[in-house]
Design a protein around this ligand. Structure first.
Ligand code: 26Q
Length: 821
């Protein structure tokens, strides 16, 4: 039974009162944004009680807590999801309707908090939600960027980045907690001081400091009264008089210090799977990590006197290497503040810290020049040097005389600090994010480390929360699923497998596809409003939405569309099932080929959509500003899910799972979690194509791949590639797409041409696409396949993932939160 939380009349009154209190207006005069704020504050009322209950029972039970440290939390809008998890969505929708208001419209007023780039940030958000739903005590630790991921505008087919000022109207779900302010120190130097009892103490002097002030956001569990906390840190200038005594009266330093605080949390770096080795980025990392470590320890010490018990009560999970300075910061605290011996401190640190790897892309492995690192974090650098010194001794002991090992494994080498090596050496767990990815880490990328520390390595296949991506995003299907298998799937997605009972039932097939059709209508309307393009909801909706990256191969998709168009033009009477190709993707602002690919997609769309002769058989749509809020609608409406990365390059993928849950059929490579999806649903219910990861890795090793050969021997491919440089899609400037052409064929441009094996996989991709058309024509067959995908998506709940982290790495206990009498 769901507990009724909302007294409808009281809620209505609360909303009206809030409008008066906040804006001195009656409901009738209030803007939609003001009503959103008033509704959100009314919801916050309810949340606050549960939040306080949760925090007091965490104290009472003295629970072990995980601190999930991440530079990114891509939360998406909170209002709708909070209502869903409070099981108050329907009641609130009705209450608002009685007031003449539409909850959907109000939800749409919320800014989309986009404090993340893509997969890694969204994973952190799904994990927080699952932790609360499962009842595990947790804090998310991150940064309150004033500007999150940029908003994308498409102008003349090109991406234009617009700042995302998400805080401009005030964000109702955050709570400033100035009582938990900490100081974070940068720069200066370290002085060794002899203490009266004959020891040496290290003190940092001449530094600049910043005040870290946390804002808490509630993370609401589904129907269980559990509310965890996401703490995101803002930077405020330390007052001038708080300058280190050494620098008192130094006006220039005071101004510098103030500027540091100003810039520190200004903006999220919009890079995904690529590092920007900028000094400010390292400052951001240390800033939020130092503040979070201080808060975690302060909280621990309120209830415990022996710091050796820290690992019993605290776990730090490092979301990629970005927060890895945490290990050195914890060491610093234990050595300098707690005055522990090295071995003691090291023991505690390794037991507390664990690291998740999200990529094998070489350009995403984080390294910092010693010069920057030691200047910015002098004491931390000393500690990293000592960790490195001891680690090298350990390597030498294990592999006497093997200098290659040291070269490959040292934490500091060649003038650089290697963050992954630090994280592996200083943590007790290293995990990949899908089985294939973890195997590649163990056998290739991190082979040396796996040999030295086999027990640290483990796999945690990613997952997604079904509360946001089905219950909220696809309410029609959610209700239908509940009607067929009961509502247990909401908190135990494995139960959705019971749908297999209905896959041959014609009535069920009909209903399932009808819901898909309704969702396609909803998306078609969105596309009409935003792009002005008419798309036929009866056409196949073929969707690729994700960050734009060469390894994800949006280029393969668009080259194939160009090929299909050529086919249609050459054989106007050929049989052709209408298709709508939908793209959504942001490119990092400085990533040239990615931005050019966006332009290409839009140029191809322009030509094809306006060619009357093909009778609307192909439509191409680029959805502007792909983000969490429109993603929910897009997944719900997809027939075909494009997961076409070069095998071995996509660590896991999580969009793939969201599509599967919503009954889309995947066309994909055997990469990342696609492999496990195929295992769950059966290869016959997916369209798998392309080289295997082993084949890709072998070609990379042997350097024996020659795309020019394919270009010479395949006239269809040749024709498509020539269209990149003959002005077919860019009549004003036939050179516009030259760089894309070069990336495929010209060895001068990159290490080797066609780095991501697009031409190698082209034919196999085209075959798979053809097979999709054939399969779609068989309505019942398709309905069954789509339903089987939903039915076998159970493994890909982030609830399952979190249970595995808890069991193997964090060892937390579930908390029950009793509602107040
Ligand atoms: C690092 C240094 C400086 C600036 C930026 C960065 C940076 C930022 C974001 C590096 C990498 C990222 C993001 C990586 C990411 O999203 N990886 C994805 O993680 C998902 C969750 O595990 C996986 O499903 C995807 O396969 C993986 O690509």
């Amino acid at each position: 039974m769901k507990r009724e939380i909302f007294d409808k009349e009281a809620f209505k009154k609360e909303v009206k009162d809030n409008v008066r209190m906040l804006y001195r207006k009656d409901l009738e005069e209030a803007s939609e944004q003001e009503i959103f704020q008033a509704v959100s504050y009314a919801v916050k009322e309810v949340i606050i009680d549960q939040w306080m209950e949760t925090q007091s029972s965490m104290k009472r039970e003295d629970s072990k807590v995980v601190y999930y440290m991440s530079m990114e939390f891509l939360m998406g809008r909170a209002l709708g999801n909070n209502l869903i998890n409070l099981t108050a969505y329907q009641a609130v929708a009705e209450a608002l309707e009685e007031m003449g208001l539409d909850l959907n419209v109000i939800e749409d007023q919320e800014p989309d908090p986009a404090l993340g780039n893509g997969g890694l940030g969204r994973l952190a958000a799904c994990f927080m939600e699952s932790l609360s739903t499962l009842g595990y005590p947790a804090y998310g630790c991150g940064i309150r960027y004033r500007y999150g991921m940029f908003k994308q505008k498409i102008k003349d087919g090109f991406q234009v980045e617009v700042p995302d000022n998400w805080l401009k109207d005030g964000y109702p779900f955050e709570l400033r907690r100035p009582e938990y302010t900490y100081e974070v120190k940068f720069g200066g130097y370290v002085r060794a001081v002899n203490t009266p009892d004959g020891r040496v103490k290290f003190v940092q002097e001449g530094y600049q400091s910043v005040k870290a002030v946390p804002y808490d956001m509630p993370i609401i569990g589904y129907n269980n009264h559990m509310v965890n906390t996401l703490m995101i840190w803002d930077a405020e200038p330390a007052e001038c008089f708080e300058l280190d005594s050494f620098d008192k009266g130094d006006y220039r330093k005071a101004v510098e210090q103030e500027n540091l605080a100003r810039n520190l949390v200004d903006v999220l770096y919009p890079n995904d799977n690529h590092i920007a080795g900028k000094e400010l980025r390292l400052k951001q990392q240390y800033f939020f990590v130092s503040a979070s470590v201080q808060r975690a320890i302060a909280r621990f010490k309120k209830m415990h006197s022996d710091i050796h018990d820290l690992p019993k009560k605290v776990a730090f999970q490092l979301n990629d290497t970005h927060p890895t300075v945490a290990v050195a910061e914890l060491m610093r605290y234990l050595l300098d503040e707690e005055e522990l011996q090295w071995d003691d401190a090291w023991n505690i640190t390794t037991q507390v810290c664990a690291y998740t790897n999200h990529t094998i892309m070489a350009e995403a492995l984080e390294k910092w020049p010693i010069e920057i690192f030691s200047r910015l974090l002098p004491r931390i650098y000393q500690i990293v040097e000592e960790i490195n010194r001891r680690f090298i001794l350990q390597i030498q002991e294990h592999y006497p005389g093997d200098n290659g090992k040291i070269e490959r494994m040292a934490i500091i080498y060649n003038g650089q600090v290697k963050m992954a090596h630090l994280a592996i050496a200083a943590g007790h767990s290293v995990n990949g994010v899908a089985r294939l990815h973890t195997e590649i880490l163990k056998n290739q990328e991190l082979k040396d480390f796996y040999e030295l520390f086999p027990d640290k390595f483990n796999n945690k296949t990613n997952g997604i929360t079904q509360r946001r991506f089905l219950l909220h995003g696809n309410q029609l299907l959610a209700k239908w699923v509940t009607d067929h298998v009961g509502e247990e799937w909401i908190t135990d997605l494995s139960k959705i497998e019971k749908l297999t009972l209905y896959v041959d039932d014609e009535k069920a097939q009909h209903e399932f596809m009808n819901i898909k059709y309704q969702n396609k209508l909803r998306l078609a309307k969105y596309i009409k409003e935003h792009n002005g393009i008419d798309v036929d909801p009866r056409s196949i909706f073929d969707v690729q939405v994700k960050r734009l990256h060469e390894y994800k191969r949006q280029l393969l998709n668009v080259l194939h569309i160009m090929y299909l168009y050529n086919e249609l033009k050459e054989h106007p009477d050929m049989e052709f099932y209408p298709r709508t190709f939908i793209f959504g993707a942001k490119a990092a602002a400085g990533y040239k080929n990615a931005k050019l690919t966006i332009k290409l997609i839009n140029s191809v769309a322009e030509v094809i959509n306006n060619d009357k002769s093909i009778q609307d058989k192909i439509k191409v749509v680029f959805i502007e500003d792909y983000r969490v809020s429109n993603a929910e609608w897009i997944f719900a409406a997809a027939d075909v899910s494009e997961q076409i990365s070069t095998a071995s390059k996509e660590a896991s993928g999580t969009g793939n799972m969201k599509f599967m849950l919503n009954g889309a059929v995947t066309i994909g490579t055997m990469d990342g979690a696609n492999v496990e999806m195929a295992e769950e649903v059966g290869k016959e219910n997916m369209f798998i194509f392309g080289m295997s990861s082993d084949e890709v890795i072998a070609h990379e090793k042997n350097r024996d791949y020659d795309p020019m050969q394919i270009f010479n021997n395949d006239q269809d491919i040749r024709k498509v590639l020539m269209q990149l440089i003959n002005g077919f899609y860019s009549p004003q400037d036939s050179e516009l797409f030259r760089d894309l052409y070069n990336s495929l064929l010209n060895t001068q441009c990159t290490q080797y041409a066609d780095t991501y094996f697009i031409l190698a996989d082209f034919r196999s991709y085209a075959e798979a696409q053809k097979a999709i058309t054939e399969a779609y024509k068989d309505e019942k067959g398709w309905a069954k396949m789509a339903m089987l995908n939903t039915a076998h998506s159970g493994k890909f709940s982030s609830d399952r993932t979190i249970e595995e982290y808890v069991r193997d790495i964090w060892h937390l206990e579930k908390l029950t939160v009793e509602p107040e009498k």
